[in-house]
Design a protein around this ligand. Structure first.
Ligand SMILES: C[S@@+](CC[C@H](N)C(=O)[O-])C[C@H]1O[C@@H](n2cnc3c(N)ncnc32)[C@H](O)[C@@H]1O
Length: 393
């Protein structure tokens, strides 16, 4: 990274729109700011969608009806991350498929699970957790392998997969739309780090990038999934009635979401204190986009080769009532918890942009902002997810 000093503020070489795959990932390890310790929201989304996943598994075609011709059943988790969620989900998929095979075919095939994520993901932590899970078992319930790479590219040979799942990952885009970082463009996202509440041109640029990314994702999966195989996606989403610049659906959620007001304020604090130039702030954008069901459906149609069996928009509560009560008794811990959630999601990309010292300063300002706005604590907010299950035809 290039850092030089002018007017007492650091000028940092701007975040490049492309090349995100080199450093985008959730925070690894298992300290307080890690994804492993801050993945409760994705866990709630999975719990909410579990009945749909089980239905999908119950209704999908079984490959290898005959023991003599049985190959292994191959499952991929795309954007697996590091935490408990991914292991619990693949365990559940394998277990319910095993039961079906035993009941309907009288035998159980072998299973292979491929954990795939960007190379910057903390695969070491994931595989250490897996080892602990398998340590008391003589025979592994399934064989595993790591597949580093972007799900916007081909990751597997043709027709190799029987099931591909992607949980809370596909709302991460392959890149920040270049125009939102371009001062000369009408889509320059000045003073904001994300699209929610931004002007129309910014929202349109994000929507266009999202469309292109969804096409790439589906095109690759169409080649990799065997005919009759299943694609199950759970991703951040918004209600169809909301335009893209209204990513979160309702104003309370907007006020409380870590990517919106408190985050923009924390950036502004760094500028006001002379720690960074305005340009450094303006050159940082979060590459995430919440699609509507209509956008997903249009993508599936453009791609072809998939039949949507079911698609739903669901709202998940931001955190449990118990957690909210606990935080009301100890508001300081609320600011800390929210900051840790933000660290878990953004620290790697923020560090790549600001370096370690300034990114710590940023999280520090964010924590102060959140802890001083206790009105937020009393609000119960919801986030949207889209869950879709399709068969490769
Ligand atoms: C919020 S985490 C979800 C992790 C896990 N699936 C879960 O439910 O807890 C999102 C994951 O998507 C991964 N990801 C983002 N963009 C990706 C891409 N282009 N290719 C593969 N993985 C990607 C991130 O690295 C991260 O691990």
């Amino acid at each position: 990274m290039d850092i030089s000093s002018s007017n007492n503020a650091f000028t940092i070489k701007p975040q490049k729109a492309v090349g995100l795959h080199r450093f985008l990932c959730m925070q690894g390890g298992d300290d307080d700011g890690s994804y492993a310790k801050n993945s409760q929201a994705p866990a709630s989304a999975i719990t909410l969608c579990k009945p749909l996943l089980l239905t999908a598994i119950q209704s999908m075609k079984l490959f290898f009806n005959n023991k003599d011709e049985a190959d292994s059943v191959r499952i991929a988790d795309l954007g697996c991350g590091t935490g408990y969620n991914t292991l619990a989900t693949t365990d559940m998929i394998v277990e319910s498929l095993k039961q079906r095979y035993l009941k309907e075919c009288g035998f159980k095939p072998e299973f292979e699970v491929f954990y795939s994520d960007l190379p910057s993901n903390d695969f070491n932590y994931l595989f250490q957790s897996l080892n602990a899970l398998f340590s008391d078992k003589k025979t592994r319930p399934y064989y595993v392998a790591g597949v580093p790479g972007s799900f916007y590219h081909r990751l597997f040979p043709k027709g190799k997969l029987h099931i591909a799942v992607s949980l809370s990952a596909l709302h991460w885009l392959s890149q920040i739309p270049e125009v939102v970082l371009d001062k000369r463009s009408g889509a320059w996202n000045k003073g904001r780090a994300w699209i929610d509440g931004a002007k129309k041109e910014v929202a349109e640029a994000y929507a266009k990038q999202s469309e292109k990314d969804l096409d790439e994702f589906l095109k690759c999966r169409k080649e990799e999934i065997a005919i009759g195989g299943m694609l199950f996606i759970l991703m951040g989403g918004r209600p169809g009635s909301c335009p893209p610049e209204n990513q979160l659906g309702d104003p309370d959620s907007r006020a409380k979401h870590p990517f919106t007001d408190s985050m923009d304020q924390a950036w502004q604090d760094l500028v006001a204190e002379g720690l960074i130039e305005e340009e450094t702030r303006d050159m940082f954008n979060i590459p995430a986009y919440m699609r509507s069901m209509e956008e997903v459906e249009r993508g599936m149609k453009r791609c072809g080769g998939f039949e949507i069996e079911k698609m739903e928009y669901r709202r998940i509560v931001e955190h449990s009532e118990e957690k909210q009560k606990e935080w009301m008794r100890d508001p300081v811990s609320y600011g800390r918890a929210k900051t840790n959630m933000l660290r878990a999601a953004l620290r790697p990309i923020l560090q790549a942009h600001l370096g370690p010292y300034l990114s710590d300063q940023f999280f520090n300002r964010f924590e102060k902002r959140v802890s001083s706005d206790l009105n937020l604590l009393h609000k119960t907010c919801f986030y949207g997810v889209i869950v879709v299950f399709a068969i490769r035809i």
